[in-house]
Design a binder for this molecule. Structure first.
Ligand code: MTE
Length: 398
């Protein structure tokens, strides 16, 4: 997460992108709720209503910054249609001065651009099915992406509202209508106030209006979303409508109940278990000899692999090692990390391995500077979250 902070005037002078972007934000209102740039992209739709899609892994590992039209989409309801001119973000709860802020009001705060990797807690869920079927979107390893996010620090906006001493958690509520138990609820989350205040500039959580230098697309939360670097994607609420300071965690279903690692789903399990906040370390193989991993029929000899690795969301975590095995984990070689390092960001890696007719699978695993590592196996959980066991690709070597 690198923060660049320049004034709005400098930004306009320095880059045409932001100026263009402001005009595009208006045009986006004319779009129907379910269209976006992703219609033209390479995404594989796991469901179309709501829109849940991931890129093919061979495309995903081509660039450190994931192009927006190749960035996974995870939505629980249709995209709400929001008029950016009428839009107001409400700041309420334990604050001295409740606020109702237009996008222009928000943009009076210093602007930050941060690069951060976003991933769904359900990334690689499909692998749990080998133990027992799990419901939910059947993600392979593509529910992850790295983007630049431009917006303002939530900490600055909370300062403007005057957060009271008793506030411990900051709730986010989206403007989407998610069907739930016969009714309709918004998608919501909360994060501890300490996370919001993280870093010298207090950019542990951002109120974001641009992704990769362009206004957010409808799929990614237009006109405003939160981004919480290092936390699971579910805490980065899209189509953000309100921010509430509270002594308690959010009562919203997606914080209070869903997004927990439980083996059963009875009420006792749910209430005994804490919500997931931080990402776990993860890695995957994206290409074999430059091809999609599904085509894994190989000739004996040296094989070139490429993939991604993301450190855990622990503060200061850096990828330590990415390791590969062609003999079911008996011996390991080390991959080369191929791009710069940035906090809360993934890295791409490449490696050459030598396969023989005895090689039955390629395996990747990783560990980070904070002691987090990918285990050989992850215990099954009912919602299929945090699958970060060794990533295996079956191969046939002739
Ligand atoms: N915010 C709202 N309002 N509604 C949602 O369904 N999905 C969450 C989060 N924010 C969601 C949301 C989940 S589970 C994830 S993983 C990320 O958004 C995905 O963000 P993306 O679609 O921009 O990749």
């Amino acid at each position: 997460m690198t923060a660049s902070h320049i004034s709005r005037r400098q930004m306009i002078v320095a880059s045409g992108i932001v100026v263009t972007g402001l005009f595009q934000a208006d045009r986006a209102t004319a779009q129907s709720p379910n269209t976006s740039a992703n219609d033209a992209g390479d995404l594989i739709f796991r469901t179309t209503d709501p829109r849940n899609a991931e890129p093919p892994l061979d495309k995903l590992v081509q660039s450190w910054i994931t192009p927006t039209d190749q960035f996974y989409v995870r939505s629980h309801a249709p995209n709400p249609v929001i008029d950016p001119k009428a839009f107001r973000l409400k700041i309420a709860g334990l604050v001295r001065k409740p606020l109702s802020l237009s996008l222009d009001d928000l943009k009076q705060h210093p602007e930050h651009t941060v690069t951060a990797t976003l991933t769904c807690a359900g990334n690689r869920r499909i692998e749990f099915n080998k133990q027992a079927k799990v419901g939910g979107v059947q993600w392979e390893a593509g529910a992850i992406g790295n983007a630049t996010w431009t917006g303002v620090a939530l900490a600055d906006v909370l300062k403007q509202a005057g957060v009271q001493d008793g506030a411990r958690h900051i709730w986010f509520d989206g403007l989407d209508d998610v069907p739930h138990e016969g009714g309709i609820i918004p998608f919501g989350a909360s994060v501890p106030i300490e996370k919001v205040m993280e870093g010298e500039q207090g950019i542990g959580a951002l109120l974001v209006y641009a992704m990769n230098g362009e206004p957010l697309t409808p799929d990614h939360g237009f006109p405003l979303r939160t981004i919480v670097p290092g936390y699971i994607g579910a805490r980065s609420v899209k189509w953000l409508g309100s921010v509430t300071a509270s002594a308690e965690t959010s009562p919203n279903h997606y914080l209070a109940t869903a997004y927990k690692v439980v083996t059963k789903t009875d009420p006792i399990d749910w209430s005994e278990t804490a919500p997931i906040y931080r990402n776990v370390i993860n890695a995957a193989i994206g290409t074999i000899e430059g091809q999609a991993v599904a085509q894994a029929k190989l000739s004996a000899g040296t094989v070139a692999l490429k993939g991604y690795v993301m450190p855990s969301g622990l503060v200061g975590a850096k990828v330590d090692k990415v390791q590969l095995s062609v003999d079911s984990g008996k011996s390991w070689g080390v991959a080369e990390l191929t791009n710069e390092e940035d906090a809360y960001c993934w890295r791409l890696w490449k490696a050459n391995v030598t396969v023989t007719p005895q090689s039955k699978e390629l395996i990747v695993r990783a560990n980070d500077s904070k002691g987090a590592f990918m285990p050989a196996r992850v215990p099954w959980n009912a919602k299929g979250y945090l699958q970060n066991s060794w990533y295996r690709v079956p191969i046939e070597v002739i």
